[in-house]
Write a protein that binds this ligand. Sequence first.
Ligand SMILES: [Zn+2]
Length: 262
Amino acid sequence: MLLEEMTFAEVKEYFANGNEMAIIPCGSTEQHGHHLVLGTDSFLAETFAKRLSEKTGILCVPTVSYGYAEYHKEGYSGTIGFDQDLLYTIYYSIAEQLVQMGAKKIIFVNGHGGNSYPLKRVSMNLRLHHRVMGLIIDWWSVAEQLNPAWKETGHAGKEETSAMLYLYPQYVHPERIRFEGYRSLSDTVKTLGSATFAYAGVAYHIWLNTNDVVPNFGGNYGEDPHLATVQQGKESVEAVIAHLAEFLQYGFGTMQLPSVQQ
Ligand SMILES: [Zn+2]
């Protein structure tokens, strides 16, 4: 049930019939190394959202194809995004308009880790100002909880590349993969992620540019994308969709806020 393919009267009827939920796919337009295209996060968010809409009958609105990706800009052409305040306003505005139509539960199907920061604020404010629940679905987080072998440890790594190999093989260039791991910024501190550094076994967070922690503009970090397979992509994507379709109908769909305020 895609909003852009419906008439206004059909959308009106959807909410008048007691349907409370709506899906907003949250993508990003950002560098994904040499082997994946800039639209990767938007393609994945949109596919998960559309498949969920198909399976559950929940209304899905057009994808927000720009995200918070400022740290992927330095040295990488093609990355276009919004700062967190602007992105917050965009997400919140779309959600509020759906609430005005009758939605009581908003589902953000997210394709990019950087979007999580504004999304958390959106979710909280939907509750505070509208008594509406805002569910944030990070598909990679669901995948790794269903099976630790599907963990995406970084960006454009094994799991994300596998998902793209399965869903959009035409946008994957395996022969162009460059993987050199992380750059070390000190002899005493280990780089563990794009924003995670360890000293004597204790992890600390410092937010830096991709270019600071990835050598030679490789673009990807995490687990080696050479290890990606269509098989892993198929298994993880299908398992995530099956789990989420069930959760939205029989889990999230049944959740009710208490009517009495304490
Ligand atoms: Zn991505």
